[in-house]
Design a protein around this ligand. Structure first.
Ligand code: GLA
Length: 403
């Protein structure tokens, strides 16, 4: 993934450099080599948006932009954390883990949740270093939580299964940040496998991998550069609307345990809800179906269907779930006239961030040029674009050969 304009649109090999750089910074700051290095990628989501907290289906995948963490225990009863991206140091005593800044909350919250609120037996030195842009809907926060949690588990020799690790990351959001997020981001960043996407069912956490090698298509992210300021408040509003819709429908549909259980002949019951709630529910029901249809389209390598499903998801996020914004809609609308654009949609929580687009292979540069200049003309904003490679999920660096 790289920023346009560039002649090298695929930027491979950045992972090793990031790991080496993190190790070097650790030595410079703490004059010791780290006991453990851990790394987590960011993620995109092909389809299945705003369904994770509704026990639905999604199809995420990790991408080649990372957060790397280096950790060692120390003997001075302090947690010392240096963020090389922010060029800031955090230093707190073990008995006073009071975070002030948002990034402190993520770091200290991740350490606390990794240890399940048990007292730390020793201090920790930690370095954070990354190539993953922050606040762009690519899950930099989930990647940070994961890299820290798996690193801390490793230095204290604690074994947890994947589901428990994902749960601990989610608890950081819930307990320390105050966001009632689902598990999409952490699951994507941990469970991904290179060259595949996977369908995850948030009702029972089951996962099915589907090899994806799109002959003829390239995934392109276009960053609207719009900060997702409404994202947190509107996210909570949507979560609460879904809870309310579920409560109301449960009184009318016997045994309802998931919006996915609602049958076509019961849609008239959904119709009795207020317009807003009705639209939220329709998005969830249809988005779950689109994930299943996407799986079929990928298996059939039917690039047109894949593109159409992306665009239908966008329409639904715009009209039914109301999480889009003018700039994102403009990026999608202006792409519709280009015959090498198969489809696209807003991605992640919404209200800004990136669009995900499927482009006929060989037309990426043309697409990026055209969309950038249209966007600049309309909003006077330079958007940036990235091509994506899919990668494996978070891991401890032991197993990675760093040359
Ligand atoms: C954010 C949340 C996820 C998910 C997406 C929308 O990224 O963190 O849990 O709800 O929005 O699909």
């Amino acid at each position: 993934m790289t920023t346009y304009p560039s002649s090298n649109l695929y930027m491979k090999g950045n992972k090793n450099n990031l790991i080496k750089g993190t190790r070097r910074i650790f030595f410079e700051k703490f004059t010791q080599t780290p006991e453990v290095l851990s790394i987590s990628p960011g993620r995109i989501n092909i389809i299945g948006e705003h369904v994770d907290y509704n026990a639905g289906l999604a199809m995420p995948v990790a991408i080649d932009k990372y957060i790397c963490v280096a950790i060692s225990k120390n003997n001075n009863k302090k947690i010392n954390v240096f963020s090389s991206d922010l060029d800031e140091m955090l230093s707190v005593n073990l008995d006073r883990l009071t975070p002030t800044k948002l990034w402190h909350k993520y770091v200290l919250g991740s350490i606390v949740e990794a240890l399940n609120n048990k007292n730390l037996k020793s201090g920790i030195n930690l370095i954070i270093n990354s190539t993953l842009p922050i606040g762009k809907g690519l899950s930099s926060s989930a990647a940070l939580e994961l890299a820290i949690i798996i690193g801390v588990l490793k230095i204290f020799n604690i074994q947890l299964n994947d589901n428990e690790i994902i749960k601990r990351c989610q608890l950081v959001d819930h307990h320390h940040i105050g966001i009632k997020s689902g598990k999409l981001d952490q699951s994507a960043c941990l469970l991904s496998k290179e060259e595949s996407v996977f369908v995850i069912d948030f009702q029972n956490s089951s996962v099915e991998y589907i090899p994806l090698d799109l002959a003829g298509g390239t995934w392109v992210l276009v960053d609207s550069m719009i900060k997702r300021e409404l994202a947190t408040s509107k996210y909570h509003e949507r979560v609460e609307e879904c809870e309310e819709a579920y409560r109301k429908l449960s009184t009318m549909i016997k045994g309802l345990s998931n919006f996915r259980d609602i049958k076509k002949e019961q849609y008239s019951i959904v119709d009795t809800l207020d317009n807003n709630l009705k639209h939220r529910v329709l998005h969830i029901i249809q988005e779950n179906q689109r994930v299943l249809d996407m799986k079929d389209a990928i298996i059939d390598n039917n690039i047109k269907d894949i593109g159409n499903l992306l665009s239908r998801s966008h329409q639904s996020l715009k009209e039914y779930y109301e999480v889009s914004c003018h700039e994102i809609d403009y990026l999608i609308k202006s792409s519709e006239d280009l015959d090498y654009w198969y489809g696209g949609r807003l991605m992640g929580g919404g209200f800004g961030g990136n669009t995900l687009n499927l482009i006929k292979r060989g037309h990426e540069n043309k697409y990026i040029n055209i969309i950038s200049s249209l966007y600049k003309k309309k909003y006077n904003i330079d958007c940036s674009s990235h091509l994506i490679s899919f990668v494996n999920g978070a891991e401890i660096v032991d197993n990675i050969s760093v040359d």
